[in-house]
Design a binder for this molecule. Structure first.
Ligand SMILES: *Cc1c(COP(=O)(O)O)cnc(C)c1O
Length: 730
């Protein structure tokens, strides 16, 4: 692997010999008893199956961590001695064979039909990022993970769906915190030959290539296929020989580079994506635009329509396109939506494409404006998507409402926001991915092998959870807490010695954290609206809780800040520099490089998951849903999904539903509420042990969270909602 500094984009041209390696399969001969590992490594199904994951990890546990849980890399690097040792271990080989049978059965099932969604006419799901697993590093955060969970649930429910995204050779940046507390960014070059992606070949045995006209020339993109259970995820990649160097980098970095790079990336995703589906012979019944990045696909569909129906107008084409497209928005503020200046757009769209749409340039630009006649307004992907899709939705009840207000002016005929045709489907998370293996084991023993299906039925699930013993739940939770603390100690152990301890690097980790202490997790992007500073706003009051002799609190933090966001980097620096005569250094840690792997340890192992966004800016939030599924109690502002999830008994609410126009006022009020709920409710309840030695009231809340929140916020429920409310035509 080759590492780059983030700001030296010019250094990032892959050397030609690396870029065009042809050894995409290293056919390493495996011992016969281990043959199955080769096939299993090509499908991400192993990643949401505890046994599948264990089979790879146990091959060589320390190499597994060094390979960052990547089975393709593991099989490439593992020593021959180790391979042959495992191949002669009968119990291991028997487990592998059993898992292969389960795998074959899963993959071999016939696809089902869901009204208009059929194997012949599947749903096509477009997204700029997919967070399937860390070993496919093409995601940055919430949006990508949501898309990954969507694909996994579609696979589990056997929904005919294909997905389209981009293959980012350098992915998203990796975070390191320097000695001065400043975030440093690094990009890591990932080689397709080391990932579970295969080149997509056409009938002639050659790689399939699509072209998109960009900056005055045809740009070529090849496609990679990643298998997500039964779902095919196609990833477009402009790093091909036919392109000049600059075009090869179009799909280089996720959310990197200039706005011009964003436009051309989005052209490859939207326009190239439709062209790829055509080459593959796929005729979707519905195109799902997950966020506006892919909205140019609607223009390509209109162009196709007009090409085959010469006499039609753009208006007629738009009617036909709208019938096929649905849009999900994820941002609750206008500034959060992708916008481009007309000057930049002009440079990226050629006159031929626009005239094929039978539009003038000005008419095209108007499609992306909230107010079509306002020539000063920039071109937004969200207005384009709203105009060109038959359905638009936000990602929680509240976010639906916020979006109706935000886009009200686009619907002059709507008498009030409630008439705006924007609905909602609340986000969910994929239970088998996010529920810890030990909890899955508990469910398997008590509910049965089909626990993940039982989970789809709210009532049946609740009655099963009710039957679990307090002792079992608490023991399972404590095991996860031990695991988290071991992970924290390993991750924060100083790589260099001879310097004072900070909360992200320690020379002696044995003093760090304790399983007996109430543990609060706070991990999210460092953005202003997430209000990282709320907890630190009264340091004295906070440290008093941390230092309490009888009932202390410990905190684990993680999160990346945008490379260009100085304010956010400052927040992190402030957090690192708290150096007080207190236990803070041993009871607060910052885990670098927040990603899916870190997220799993955190959401499964803390006692409390905290979230303090400025209302109503958390469109949904999903990390709290992951925590709830592991019996972790949410302690959150009533915003996004938590407004729907909180029932008074399954976690804690900070503040109330009132909104104040003055940010300073609401920040102060919410900070006070945060501290006093910690002091007066959470801490006493956690430390209040019954005769059995267990915190009875706490476990009662854990059970309530497991029972009520797991089915409601699973991505199985979400995908079903999409099929019934959005994909189906009414
Ligand atoms: C779940 C997840 C997110 C999204 O969580 P939010 O609650 O929306 O902040 C972001 N990053 C990672 C790595 C995650 O696992």
């Amino acid at each position: 692997m080759k590492e780059f500094e983030s700001d030296t984009l010019s250094n990032m041209q892959p050397a030609a010999d690396q870029a065009f390696r042809t050894d995409f399969y290293f056919n390493r001969p495996l011992p016969e008893t281990l043959y199955a590992l080769e096939e299993l490594s090509w499908n991400f199904l192993w990643s949401w199956n505890a046994e599948g994951t264990a089979l790879f990890r146990e091959l060589d546990p320390s190499l597994w961590e060094r390979c960052e849980q990547n089975p393709r890399l593991l099989l490439k690097q593992i020593s021959e001695l180790r391979l042959w040792q495992k191949s002669l271990e009968k119990p291991y080989v028997a487990r592998l064979q059993r898992f292969k049978i389960i795998y074959n059965k899963y993959i071999g099932q016939q696809q089902q039909s869901f009204a208009n969604i059929t194997a012949k006419n599947p749903a096509a799901y477009f997204c700029a990022e997919f967070g399937v697993h860390n070993s496919l590093p093409i995601y940055s955060g919430g949006l990508g993970i949501l898309a990954g969970d969507h694909l996994k649930s579609a696979s589990d429910l056997n929904v005919p769906l294909v997905a389209i995204g981009l293959f980012y050779r350098y992915g998203y940046f990796r975070q390191k915190i320097g000695h001065d507390g400043l975030q440093e960014e690094k990009y890591i070059d990932s080689f397709d030959s080391e990932l579970a992606v295969q080149p997509v070949m056409g009938e002639n045995g050659e790689r399939i290539l699509v072209t998109v006209h960009i900056r005055g020339r045809e740009v070529f993109a090849q496609a990679w296929l990643a298998k997500i259970g039964r779902i095919s995820l196609y990833l477009l990649d402009t790093n091909v020989q036919q392109n000049p160097e600059v075009d090869r980098l179009i799909t280089g970095h996720l959310y990197g580079g200039s706005t011009e790079t964003r436009i051309v990336q989005e052209k490859v995703l939207g326009i190239g994506g439709v062209r790829l589906l055509r080459q593959l012979g796929v005729t979707p019944s519905v195109f799902h635009l997950n966020e506006g990045h892919s909205a140019f696909l609607t223009l390509e569909l209109a162009r196709e329509f007009l090409e085959s129906s010469h006499d039609s107008s753009f208006t007629e084409a738009a009617v036909a396109v709208r019938e096929q497209c649905v849009f999900t928005t994820h941002t609750p503020v206008a500034a959060g939506n992708d916008v481009f200046s007309t000057r930049e757009l002009r440079g990226c769209f050629d006159a031929n494409f626009i005239s094929a749409l039978k539009l003038s340039e000005e008419e095209l630009f108007a499609m992306g404006r909230k107010y079509p006649d306002d020539r000063n307004e920039e071109f937004g992907m969200t207005p384009l998507a709203i105009r060109m899709c038959r359905s638009a939705n936000g990602v929680s009840v509240k976010h639906g409402e916020v979006s109706r207000n935000l886009w009200l002016d686009m619907f002059p005929e709507a008498k009030s926001p409630s008439y705006v045709p924007i609905t909602h489907v609340t986000n969910g998370v994929h239970a088998p991915t996010w529920i810890a293996p030990v909890f899955q084991e508990l469910y398997r023993e008590n509910i049965g092998e089909d626990w993940a299906q039982v989970l789809r039925d709210q009532t049946a699930w609740a009655s099963e959870i009710e039957k679990l013993s307090n002792d079992d739940i608490w023991k399972t939770h404590l095991a996860l807490k031990h695991l988290l603390i071991a992970f924290i100690r390993q991750r924060t152990f100083a790589k260099e010695t001879g310097r004072s301890d900070t909360i992200n690097e320690h020379t002696n980790t044995r003093k760090l954290f304790s399983t007996d202490i109430l543990t609060v997790g706070f991990a999210r992007r460092v953005a202003t609206y997430k209000r990282w500073n709320l907890l630190l706003s009264d340091l004295e009051r906070l440290l008093k809780m941390v230092d309490d002799a009888e009932r202390p609190v410990q905190f684990v933090f993680a999160g990346k800040s945008h490379p260009q966001d100085r304010g956010a980097k400052r927040i992190l620096q402030d957090l690192m520099s708290i150096n007080h005569n207190s236990n803070w250094q041993n009871r607060a840690v910052f885990i670098e490089d927040y990603d899916q792997e870190v997220a799993k340890y955190l959401v499964q192992g803390v006692d409390v998951w905290m979230n303090v966004p400025r209302r109503p800016l958390e469109a949904s939030g999903t990390s709290g849903q992951k925590a709830a599924m592991n019996g972790v109690l949410n302690f959150s502002i009533l915003d996004g999904w938590w407004i729907e999830g909180y029932n008074g008994e399954n976690g804690f609410a900070i503040g109330d539903l009132n909104e104040d126009k003055d940010d300073a006022v609401s920040d102060a009020r919410d900070a006070n509420s945060l501290y006093s709920i910690l002091e007066n409710e959470i801490i006493p309840m956690f430390y209040n042990k019954e005769e059995s030695g267990l915190p009875g009231e706490w476990i009662r809340r854990m059970k309530n969270a497991l029972a009520t929140l797991t089915p409601q916020f699973s991505s199985d429920r979400m995908v079903k909602d999409y099929i019934e409310k959005i994909y189906a035509k009414h």
